[in-house]
Design a binder for this molecule. Sequence first.
Ligand code: MG
Length: 367
Amino acid sequence: MQIKTINVYQIDLPLKEGRYSWADGKYVEVFDCTVVEIETDDGVSGYGEVCPLGPFYLPAYGPGVRTGVAELAPHLIGADPTEIGKINLIMDTALLGHPYVKSGIDMACWDLLGKKTGLPVCDLLGGRHGDTVALYRAISQEAPDKMAKKIAGYRDEGYTKFQLKVGGDPDDDIARIWATREILDRGEVLIADANTGWLMHEAARVVDGVAKLDVYIEQPCKSYEECLTIRRRTARPFILDENIDGLQALLRAHGDGAMDVINLKISKVGGITKARQIRDLCVSLGIAMNIEDSWGGDIITAAIAHLAHSTPERFRFAATDFNSYVTVQTATGSPKRENGQMKADDTPGLGIVPDLGSLGSPIATYS
Ligand code: MG
């Protein structure tokens, strides 16, 4: 099997709630999503998707995906897409860094490997654990009472895990955490994700202000060193996200005892191949994971489902069904949330069929 053509599609994904807001006044209303199609000489296609959370969440932005694929494509034409280790080596040799650019290509190669072998990606990643994967719902930053109301609504839809977007004014954030924990029951999970938004003195005030509550603190400050300082000042369970951008960061943070849980985002680390490596290491080290991506549509949601479903249940803190946050579909066959859970499809590959009606024609073709 050889890569014959790489097609690139661009699609806007508007948010159902209208706006998604987090720390420092940042927000996104329409997501700039890229779908990558790898066509082979056998006439089979594989699909991947990359969808940054705006241009200011991670060092990644929508048009950057397309520019990066243009850079990589000439190196990939003629290569065997099912030799995914080699594909990753080609990409890392041709382009230093830019992991998010490589994620859609790597994802499409996993889809092709599944189609070639007749196996779902979940099986190729180690096999299915449990019947379903529990999801968390991210709650956009608003006034405390509004966030509590949103949680009540999403809880009625079956979610039991909630991630509050904080990282704003410390007093407001303390009020947000109290107002939302108050309405939750034992066994329901609350995460306060500051998305790097607090300075250390602000984070110190918030962790003290919620010291008696059952809440996880996520990525309070910008740098790893600042987060580690806050970690050592609080007894609350601690999650690192933005700072864990690869294997080296994970190993350092584990050595420092810097977190209890990480957020494993597929495009942040460069695709399913590298996410699996980190996933397997976390299982060996005893670190639980939120398995997700920076954002996404149906294809990313399918990839998350396969990676999460092939992760031992104890280590699966939660996953995300991004396709339920947006109004436009990029593919059919993607997992649909049921009672706060989803599952990986059991057909070969990612189990999705691209929705060409909404994707339109490719905006770039490389062969
Ligand atoms: Mg986060």
